[in-house]
Design a protein around this ligand. Sequence first.
Ligand code: OAD
Length: 234
Amino acid sequence: MKKRIAVLTGAGVSAESGLGTYRDNGGLWDNYDPMVVASAEGWARDPGLVLDFYNMQRAKLRDVRPNEAHRLIASLEKDYTVDVITQNVDNLHERAGSTHVVHLHGEATKIRPENTCNDADGYSEKYVVDVGYEAVRLGDKAPNGAQYRPHIVFFGEAVPKIERAADLVGQADIVLIVGTSLQVYPAAGLYRYARMEAPVYLIDPADVKLYDSRVHHIRKVATEGMKEFVGMLK
Ligand code: OAD
């Protein structure tokens, strides 16, 4: 049976594709207030602004390509059972060929009626619609009459896939973390579900606070770090 690798990724894995990160200097949250454009309160106050922000994020995806780090992560599937658990809302892991991707914070290319995927319907994704790179406007309504909203986990909302993700990390023989500042919970705590005997690797050029002494930090950008990681597996 193949060994299992859980790969936890953040914005840093897509940085070399040309997508900005959130918290680095000049990052997205330097230019936009997440509480206005990416929170439950922001949606309640000004949904048009939130739709515009995600229209912009979605449109950017048309112009970017997966990079070597996404491709190397996908190529691990030749020898391992790989679960990619990403905080990213882009589609670059899938486009690079990864076949098991859990999007903890949702997907920019998808929308859903604003009154679904909540506690009341058991977080069912059956109303989720793939819009590709198209813009969504105020007044674009679902068959059930509700306004469409981005299929994104806003700040202030539950993270429905966190338990599934924790299970996958707990089953892994190797845990790899790539390009995340580990500042947003509950995603930031996932690596702690790694089994005692599972080695944990981190690829990030910056210092990232990890409360686990077994973490092996590869202090490189994602593309270079992934080459080193793949070399170490041989
Ligand atoms: P951050 O912007 O917080 O962190 C990006 C990380 O990527 C930092 O640790 C950088 O050092 C690292 N980095 C930058 N360039 C890199 C490169 N070329 N190769 C590898 N690493 C690089 O992004 P996240 O941790 O992903 O949530 O942010 C987590 C969540 O906060 C996002 O999913 C988003 C945001 O608010 C929602 O929108 C719900």
